[in-house]
Design a protein around this ligand. Structure first.
Ligand code: PRP
Ligand code: URA
Length: 207
């Protein structure tokens, strides 16, 4: 699990617990997912580079900073959209690409149906966002799309990671760092993460 960084913070643990609870409504699930994502953004973007300049306060000149790296956010449809607004709140100049991938319920294999990316993937910090990393098939397919388009600096931010998904990404995309709120025990026979939080897309959208 060398590529996995679990964000260890009391506020993260509180919000993961709220997302797990089956009594949490879709409305509250969306609110908590957004809040939890905002907390995780700090950790996921910790190494982003800065440009410096001189800024004039009302009193004197001092050092100021802007973000030097371009950031491209790539939510995996559908559930990744539940994390997007939190990212844009903190990175208002980020560009957004979209990848549509869903898991075939019988085979658990990823089926891709949409991809649209802004230019300059190769020069940007690319953050793939999806609450669930289960078998890893969907994330791996999305990362392959990005790599085929020459993205070099890719990281994944999920909420719940399963050991199986982390292992698959480490094998197939060893340069991709994974940021998760929690590492769960395993996948069950139906491919759900346990203890998990259920189907993230269904819980966000009430389907
Ligand atoms: C969920 C989740 C991930 C995927 C993870 O999406 O948001 O994209 O499953 O599973 P995996 O690691 O085994 O591929 P889902 O397939 O339910 O699609 P949806 O959000 O469109 O419903
Ligand atoms: N996708 C989900 O939304 N939840 C799981 O537990 C596994 C895959």
């Amino acid at each position: 699990m060398n590529n996995l960084h679990v964000i260890d913070h009391p506020l993260v643990k509180r919000d993961v617990s709220l997302l797990r609870a089956k009594s949490t409504t879709s409305e509250d699930f969306r609110i908590v997912l957004r809040r939890l994502t905002s907390i995780m953004v700090y950790e996921v973007t910790k190494d982003i580079r800065l440009d410096s300049h001189i800024v004039e306060t009302p009193l004197e000149k001092t050092d100021g900073f802007t973000l030097a790296d371009e950031v491209i956010l790539v939510p995996v449809l559908r559930a990744g959209l539940g994390m997007l607004e939190a990212y844009l709140g903190l990175l208002p100049n980020a560009k957004v690409g979209h990848v549509g991938v869903y898991r075939d319920e019988a085979t658990l294999k990823p089926v891709d149906y949409y991809a649209k990316f802004p230019p300059n993937l190769s020069q940007s910090v690319v953050i793939l966002i999806d609450p669930m990393l289960a078998t890893g098939g969907s994330a791996s397919a999305a990362i392959s799309y990005l790599e085929e388009r020459d993205a070099k600096n890719i990281r994944l931010n999920c909420v719940v990671a399963a050991p199986e998904g982390v292992a698959l990404l480490e094998k197939e995309h060893p340069k991709v760092r994974i940021y998760a709120a929690v590492l769960d025990r395993a996948l069950n026979k139906s491919g759900y993460i346990v203890p998990g939080l259920g189907d993230a897309g269904d819980r966000i959208y009430g389907t």
